[in-house]
Design a protein around this ligand. Structure first.
Ligand code: PLI
Length: 476
């Protein structure tokens, strides 16, 4: 007799609810026009299901909320700072850390401390704020991710892997002294939330150990650990030898191959604000303590309230819970699977924090110069009040030559906040995306009418090239 597969459910129950409402079609059309067809500029009140980002949008647990009441708001030496430091030592294994107001605060400090003008910073694909800080410090970012990461249809299980040949070629070309560190993101956001394997992390470490700088130290490996627990979960599920290891153990091994990390606590740490920079090197820690006071605050709070540090400390222990991660990553897969089954082009395999629509294939009649991903994100909002985010030509910005970068990946990210929406919400999103896909030919492109000089995707404004074209996809 065939056994029926048993379904699993959210490993939590809901204690507090926040009402949401879908605005009318006419209100949504007005809202997107007012926002310059940029979903970043929509008011939250105009959004029904908010999949703009998983950053700072998590639902905290009762344990984290309880911790908020135990904030020690001393200017210096708060006990919550000690709790945070304990959590970083125990769960990540790094010796030193300074809190920062969020991830980019940590990126700023680490980039300013380690990068000199003329340096090269290899990384497994760029992230917007990370590259911006590396370049502001005088470095040049060099993409050393494997080619598969740029191919939305490749089914490689670890598409975030560093291409060791590309990395070694760069080291040989510019020499170890001009590489302050290799920047390894786990998982890789811009590739679709794709993980890096343990074997690859170990190999990156070995390669960096082989190339000594003239001061005798190996090339550093610095993690962007923003979604490290989700990466550890993928290793547990996909890599031989890790099936019986806990996510917590796997994460410790991952981090052991690095010299430090930057962390946006707003993602895997399950808090609404916060971050930190961590290192194993006493000299780097000392430099961090010197710089953090200028830009963030005392080394014992770094721009955070005591209560926020407490919530983050508790979130760090919660993020490595195997059941939580199985549901979390499973929910993203649940949405992605519905779209794949309906033939919608998405980045595969489905990543850890988001489903990425392949807008270049979805809207193949719109050239990249007319921003297909920006267009699709706006159209999705108009269709159902679901807010996604452009991750394509607009996000990639312009190169040093002033020209648009036209990245291979032209994506719309549907990012799932942690512990916030149920699978019914995922069904509503799937229905809307599938409906748009069926009527895709009726959607027309956009032109940019305002372009800020840095990180343009946040505040750029657009207009439809053909107004009737953009609105032609009207459904009920
Ligand atoms: O938003 P911050 O400053 O806390 O973190 C910056 C940051 C660094 N690295 C990575 C991989 C990120 O994804 C990241 C922020 N991501 C945002 C805001 C996102 O929506 O994906």
């Amino acid at each position: 007799m065939a056994t029926r597969r048993r379904r699993t459910a959210e490993p939590y129950k809901i204690k507090m609810v926040e009402p949401i409402r879908m605005k009318t079609r006419a209100e949504r059309e007005e809202a997107i026009q007012k926002a310059g067809y940029n979903t970043f500029l929509l008011d939250s009140a105009d959004v029904y299901i908010d999949l703009l980002t998983d950053s700072g949008t998590s639902a905290m647990s009762d344990n984290q909320w309880a911790g908020m009441m135990l904030g020690d708001e001393a200017y210096a030496g708060s006990r919550n700072w000690h709790h945070l430091w304990d959590a970083v030592r125990e769960v990540y294994g790094f010796k030193y850390m300074v809190p920062t107001h969020q991830g980019r605060g940590a990126e700023h400090l680490i980039s300013q401390i380690l990068i000199k003008p003329g340096d090269y910073v290899p990384g497994n694909m760029y992230f917007t704020t990370t590259r911006e800080h590396q370049e502001r410090a005088g470095g040049t970012f060099v993409d050393v991710v494997i080619d598969e990461a740029h191919d939305p249809s490749s089914l490689h299980p670890f598409k975030g892997n560093v291409d060791l040949d590309k990395l070694e070629a760069l080291i040989k070309k510019v020499g170890p002294d001009r590489i302050p560190y290799v920047s390894v993101a786990v998982t890789v956001n811009m590739a679709g939330g794709q993980p890096v394997s343990m074997a690859n992390l170990r190999a990156v470490r070995e390669l960096c150990d082989r190339y000594r700088r003239s001061d005798g130290r190996p090339i550093r490996v610095m993690f962007d650990a923003t979604r490290c627990a989700e990466n550890a979960y993928f290793i547990q599920q996909r890599e031989e030898g890790y099936r019986c290891r806990s996510v917590r153990e796997i994460l410790r091994e991952m981090m052991s191959y690095g010299d430090g990390c930057t962390m946006s606590g707003k993602k895997d740490n399950l808090v609404n604000i916060g971050g930190f920079a961590a290192t194993n090197e006493p000299e780097v820690y000392q430099a961090l303590t010197q710089l953090v006071v200028v830009f963030e605050g005392m080394p014992s709070y770094g721009g955070l309230a005591g209560r926020d540090m407490e919530a983050m400390a508790r979130g760090i222990y919660e993020m490595v819970d195997d059941d939580y991660l199985a549901f979390r990553v499973g929910q993203v897969e649940y949405l992605g699977r519905q779209l794949i089954d309906a033939g919608v082009p998405v980045v595969r395999p489905i990543g850890g924090h988001a489903v990425f629509l392949d807008a270049r294939t979805f809207l193949s009649h719109i050239p990249q110069s007319e921003y297909p991903a920006q267009t699709l994100a706006a159209a999705l909002y108009v269709d159902s009040g679901v807010r996604g985010m452009e991750r394509g030509n607009v996000s990639a910005g312009r190169g040093k030559d002033g020209k648009e970068r036209f990245p291979k990946l032209e994506l719309v990210r549907l990012t799932i906040p942690r512990r916030v929406y149920t699978n019914n919400h995922m069904d509503v999103v799937a229905d809307s995306v599938i409906g748009l896909f069926e009527e895709r030919e009726t959607i027309g492109g956009l032109k940019m009418v305002y372009e800020p000089p840095q990180l343009r995707f946040f505040t750029a404004r657009f207009e439809p090239l053909k107004k009737e074209g953009f609105w032609a996809f009207v459904r009920g």
